[in-house]
Structures are given as C-alpha cells and as structure tokens.
Design a protein around this ligand. Structure first.
Ligand code: DGL
Length: 254
C-alpha cells in the first residue's frame, strides 16, 4: 500500500499523477490540515509532524511513503530516511532542471513556500543550475490558503496569484516552476494571469508530479512492491482536521 502525505490537499496533485500510472494499487492519503500551512513553520515542527504521520501510515499498512509536500521533503526527508531505514521515502523537489534546460529567456521563476526556498536541499539544487540561468523566486503568498478553501479561480484568487507571479514575469521568466504541491490547483489561474501580463511570452508552468510518479514506479518495481494485478484495491483518506475539503477536492480530481 502506498502512503502519501501533505500538509493538506496539495499532495492530491501528486496522487492524481501516481494514480494514472498505478490505478490498481491501494492508497492511504493523509492530509495534515489541522497543522496547515507548513510553509512558515520550523524545521523541528514539520519533522515532528512528518514522523507522526509516517507512523500512522505504517500502522495502517503503507509499505512505501510519498512525501507529497516540498516543504516537508526539504525539512524532514533526511530524518525520516535515517529513522525508518527499512522504508523507502519518495520526496518532492522544485523541477529546476527541466526549466533550466528549456528556458528561452534564460530566466526561470520558482514559486514555493518560504520553508522550501530557504532549505539547504533547495539551495543545493538551485546552485547546480544558477551558473547557466538566472533563477528568481517568490513565495506563493496566500496560495495554500486559497487551495485549502477551494477557491482556485475567483477574481480574488487571480489577484493573489498576480501579486506573487508578476515579479517573476517582470524579471523575464518564461518558465514557472511550481515548488509546492498545492500550486498545480492554481495552474489555470497562473496561466491566465501570465497570458494577460505577457501575452507574447508563452510562459510554461512546470509541475514535478509526473516525474515523481514515474520515479515511484521505478522504485516500487526495483523493490518488488508492486501489487499483483488481480488483488482488490482500496483508497483511504485521512485528515488531522475537518476532512470536507479533502473529500471535495478528491471527488473533483479523481
Ligand atoms: N504542499 C506543501 C508543499 O509542497 C506545503 C504547503 C504548506 O503547507 O505551506 O510545500
């Protein structure tokens, strides 16, 4: 069984991609929405939550865990791997590489949480590419709250998106890397705002979820974790707070 967690519904954007490749697998998804957002919390706080959720998922039968949250990956995945050495953890990372390899303007924009942008893991990843391209960043201010409240395309969602996106586009970015798993739910609005602000630029939005899903399949094959095809499968949704947004978003998406 595949365990997946995030601070909220964001990880469902990763679950959606995984499910396309592995429709017959069993899943358990944990939304930590009672403690959402993670973006501004300390590394210790997030690590404690990640540890707790990992135990929950393992106790319910997960045998591999997807940390479907960039902030939790940056803060806690090394600790999780050290403390649960028999379990494979698959994490998230802003997809700077494909953006850097395909930019035409030589500028890529990264939207992520404050926690992700200041983490060593991110700075290391960024450092590998910063010589060849200019990388500009912005916190997606208010994005997580929009997605958790189910508001992804209203006028006020557009205004919120514009405030964080415009500075990146003004710097010349033609690739927008989504460094938070909540942000793909705002892709339509991000695209619309980019189109309005820079209609001639053909801005591309890059979400790492499909690549993460492919990586998960490779790891599961290598570790012999794939389920036999004819076995029954199940999907459980858990949350630490009110689960209405999780159920709603799940229904809409999958
Ligand atoms: N979805 C998360 C991420 O990928 C965390 C957002 C938050 O809770 O601030 O970073």
């Amino acid at each position: 069984m595949i365990g997946i967690f995030d601070s909220g519904v964001g990880g469902l954007s990763v679950f959606r991609e995984i499910r396309k490749l592995l429709p017959q697998e069993s899943y358990i998804y944990y939304s930590d929405n009672a403690h959402c957002p993670y973006g501004e919390k300390t590394r210790e706080y997030i690590t404690d939550r990640a540890r707790y959720i990992t135990r929950e998922l393992l106790s319910k039968g997960a045998d591999i865990i997807v940390v479907a949250c960039n902030t939790a990956t940056a803060a806690a995945i090394a600790t999780l791997r050290a403390e649960f050495p028999d379990i494979r953890f698959i994490g998230m990372e802003p997809a700077i590489k494909p953006a850097a390899l395909s930019t035409r303007t030589g500028v890529i924009g990264v939207l992520a949480t404050a926690g992700t942008l200041k983490a060593d893991k991110y700075l290391l990843n960024r450092g590998r590419w910063a010589e060849n391209v200019r990388i500009v960043e912005h916190v997606g201010k208010g994005f997580v709250e929009l997605v958790e409240s189910g508001d992804t395309c209203s006028e006020s969602a557009e205004k919120t998106v514009r405030e964080s996106l415009e500075p990146l586009l003004d710097e010349g970015a033609d690739k927008i890397v989504l460094g938070c798993t909540h942000y793909p739910f705002l892709s339509g609005t991000i695209r619309k705002v980019a189109q309005e602000l820079y209609p001639e630029r053909d801005v591309e939005i890059i979400d790492p979820a499909p690549a993460v899903a492919r990586h998960l399949v490779e790891v599961m094959e290598a570790e012999g974790l794939m389920k036999e095809e004819d076995q029954a499968y199940s999907i459980s949704l858990l949350s630490s707070g009110d689960d209405s947004c999780l159920k709603e978003t799940y229904k809409r998406l999958l």
